[in-house]
Structure formats: C-alpha cells, structure tokens
Design a protein. Structure first.
Length: 69
C-alpha cells in the first residue's frame, strides 16, 4: 500500500510540475533556472544546499490576504 501511495505522489507531482512549467511566465522560467544553477553549485555540500533560500518558497509561505469584492 505504501508503494501505491509513493507511485500516486510521483504521478501527481510530475503532472503538477508539467502544468506549472507549461503555464510559467518568462520571469518564472528565469527564476527556476537561477535556482537550478544555485543548487548545482552546492551539490557537493549538502549542509549548504539545505540552507539555500529560494525566493518563491519565501513568497508562498507569506500570509495571504483574502479580498472580497
């Protein structure tokens, strides 16, 4: 049963990533390339890689305001 959960997670995350990439703006693509480049430089240092701060993650954790019109 755990294997099935991991399989479904892999499928869902892959689909979500595909949809996000397909709908990404040029600015978002540039940001993703910068993130990949930064991560590639730190692959030999897991402790530094774990401390990498990604701007889009900081933004996604910011409190959201609901606006009702």
């Amino acid at each position: 049963m755990i294997d099935e959960l991991y399989f479904m997670r892999q499928e869902l995350e892959g689909t979500a990533a595909w949809l996000a990439a397909r709908n990404a703006s040029m600015a978002e693509v540039r940001l993703m390339r910068l993130i990949v480049d930064e991560e590639a430089e730190l692959l030999d240092s897991p402790s530094l890689l774990g401390r990498l701060t990604i701007p889009c993650i900081r933004q996604s954790r910011a409190p959201r305001r609901t606006v009702i019109l």
